[in-house]
Design a protein around this ligand. Structure first.
Ligand SMILES: [Fe+2]
Ligand SMILES: [Fe+2]
Length: 142
């Protein structure tokens, strides 16, 4: 269950676990990065540090999607194309918001970035990533 907490954007829940250790570990790290970004935005730390956290998340997101795509290909996952398309949409949306925020920070874009990242964790990991894992592992992790 999601619990609202002012100092966190997303509260980690074991419901997010998909059962592939390497991917679960990255999801956990990503949630920590997103919460660090949230605290930095709340504390209004100097914009250089916020930009560096935004960049860190961008790099980790790219590497993470590449890892999942390798796992899907290695297992001849039948929904590879649509899953990869979701990754591309998420990355495009994040890149656009990040670029705009770095150029001209605004409250609207800040909120849009956080909403987009929450949607990724709650709406993609808990559904598409889980579905992929179930088929790839044959449900062995359940
Ligand atoms: Fe993922
Ligand atoms: Fe994914």
């Amino acid at each position: 269950m999601m619990v609202a907490a002012a100092d966190r954007s997303i509260v980690w829940s074991d419901d997010f676990l998909i059962g592939i250790e390497e991917i679960d570990y990255e999801h956990l790290c990503l949630v920590e990065d997103i919460n660090r970004l949230h605290r930095e935005l709340l504390d209004r730390v100097e914009s250089d540090r916020i930009d560096s956290t935004l960049g860190t998340i961008h790099a980790r997101m790219q590497a993470h999607f590449a890892l999942e795509e390798r796992v899907m290909l290695a297992n001849a996952y039948p929904h590879y194309r649509e899953h990869k398309a979701e990754h591309e949409r998420l990355l495009d949306e994040y890149t656009e918001l990040m670029t705009r925020f770095e150029r001209q920070p605004s409250r609207a874009d800040r909120e849009a970035i956080e909403a987009m990242l929450r949607h990724w964790i709650v709406g993609h990991i808990a559904t598409s990533d889980k579905k992929m894992s179930l088929m790839v592992t044959g449900g062995k992790q359940a």
